[in-house]
Design a protein around this ligand. Structure first.
Ligand code: MLT
Length: 332
C-alpha cells in the first residue's frame, strides 16, 4: 500500500467511526407514572427492547418514567393530540378520557390475576374498535400488578367500621370515588404524583395501590397497615396515539402489537414474583398485613350494588353488556 492509499484508508476508517449508528425512522416516547423500581418500568424496558427488535431498529423507543412528561391523565390527552406517542397508565387514570376501558374497573369483577388476564386479552380487539374514536388511542397490551391493597398510617382496618373517618386518596374517576363512598367514606381524588407527599404531610391517611407499589414508592416509610381489599386488580394498558399508529407502515404496526402483547406477558410474570417478595419485605419493614377484611362480604355487597349506576361512566349499557359477556366467556 503506497503512502497516499494508506492515508486515504485511515481517513475512511476515521469517518466510519465518527458516523452515528443509522438513525431510526420513528421516535416513540413512552411515558409512565411509576419509578424505575416498579414492575411497570421493567415491562416498559422489555417493550422498548421488543419494539426495537421487531422493527429492526426503525422505531426508537424512549422511556420517561415517574410522570416526567406530565400526569397520567395529561399525557393521555397529549396522545389524543398526537404530541406524545405512547404511555402505560393505570386504567383508573384513563377512564375519564376513554370510558370504555372502565369495564376493567367494575369492583369485584375478578377473583384472581388469571381471570383479569383472560378478560384484558379478550377485550383488546373490541376496545381497539372503540378507543380511537373515544380517545384517539389504541391498546397494544395490558399490564397487571395484582389487587390494589389499602394502606393507612392510623389503624388496622379489619372491618368497614374501622375504615370510618379515614382520609383515603383514590384515583380521579367516578368508579373509585363511588366505590369508597359505598363503604361510608368521603374519599379524596388526587393525581398519582401527589400521593407520597400528601401521605408524608398528613393531608391523607391512606391510599390504595398494589403491594409492589408500596415497595417501589416507599410507602412503608409513611404507612403502617395494609388490608387486602380484593375489589380491584391494577390493570394498565400500553396505549399508543392512534395518529402515530396510523402514520406507520403495516409491518411496523404489527411490530408494535406483537411487542405490546409479549411485553405484557413478561410484566405480568415479573409482577407476580415481585408481589410475593414485596409482601415479605413489607412485614420485615414493620408493616402490619391484615389480609382480607373480616366482613368482606359487606364490602362486596355495597360495591357490587353500584354496577348498574356505573354504566354511564364506562361506555353505556350496550357496551357494558357486550364487554361483560366477552369477559365472562374469556374467564370461562
Ligand atoms: C394510581 O393510583 O393513580 C395508579 O395506580 C398509579 C400507577 O400508575 O401506578
Amino acid at each position: 500500500m503506497n503512502y497516499l492509499t494508506k492515508r486515504l484508508s485511515t481517513a475512511a476508517l476515521a469517518l466510519l467511526v465518527a458516523l452515528p449508528a443509522a438513525a431510526a425512522e420513528y421516535t416513540m416516547r413512552l411515558s409512565h407514572g411509576d419509578n424505575e423500581n416498579n414492575p411497570t418500568h421493567k415491562g416498559a424496558l422489555k417493550f422498548e427492547e421488543l419494539v426495537e427488535k421487531y422493527s429492526d431498529g426503525r422505531i426508537d423507543v424512549q422511556i420517561f418514567p415517574s410522570n416526567q412528561l406530565g400526569s397520567e391523565q395529561e399525557v393521555a390527552q397529549a396522545l389524543r393530540m398526537g404530541s406524545i406517542e405512547s404511555e402505560i397508565l393505570y386504567t383508573g387514570n384513563l377512564v375519564p378520557l376513554a370510558p370504555s376501558v372502565g369495564v376493567m374497573m367494575l369492583p369485584y369483577a375478578f377473583t384472581s390475576n388469571e381471570e383479569a388476564h383472560a378478560a384484558m386479552d379478550a377485550l383488546k380487539g373490541p376496545l381497539n374498535e372503540r378507543l380511537p374514536k373515544e380517545a384517539g388511542v389504541r391498546v397494544l397490551g395490558y399490564f397487571e400488578k395484582g389487587f390494589r391493597v389499602l394502606t393507612n398510617g392510623e389503624r388496622e382496618v379489619k372491618t368497614l367500621e374501622d375504615l370510618k373517618g379515614l382520609k383515603i386518596r383514590v384515583s380521579k374517576n367516578n368508579i373509585a370515588i363511588e366505590t369508597f363512598k359505598s363503604w361510608g367514606l368521603d374519599p379524596i381524588p388526587m393525581a398519582w404524583a401527589e400521593v407520597f407527599p400528601a401521605l408524608q404531610q398528613g393531608v391523607i391517611d391512606g391510599q390504595e395501590n398494589p403491594y409492589t407499589t408500596a415497595i417501589s414508592s416507599k410507602f412503608y416509610e409513611v404507612q403502617k397497615y395494609i388490608t387486602e381489599v380484593h375489589y380491584l386488580i391494577w390493570s394498565g394498558p400500553i396505549i399508543v396515539s392512534d395518529r402515530f399508529y396510523q402514520g406507520l407502515p403495516e409491518d411496523l404496526q404489527a411490530a408494535l402489537d406483537k411487542a405490546g402483547e409479549e411485553a405484557a406477558s413478561y410484566e405480568r410474570e415479573v409482577s407476580a414474583k415481585e408481589t410475593a417478595a414485596a409482601k415479605e419485605k413489607l412485614v420485615e419493614l414493620g408493616m402490619t398485613l391484615t389480609g382480607a377484611p373480616e366482613d368482606e362480604e359487606k364490602w362486596q355487597e355495597a360495591a357490587k350494588a353500584l354496577w348498574p349506576s356505573f354504566a354511564a361512566d364506562i361506555g353505556g349499557e350496550e357496551w357494558v353488556n357486550e364487554a361483560t359477556q366477552i369477559m365472562n366467556e374469556a374467564i370461562g
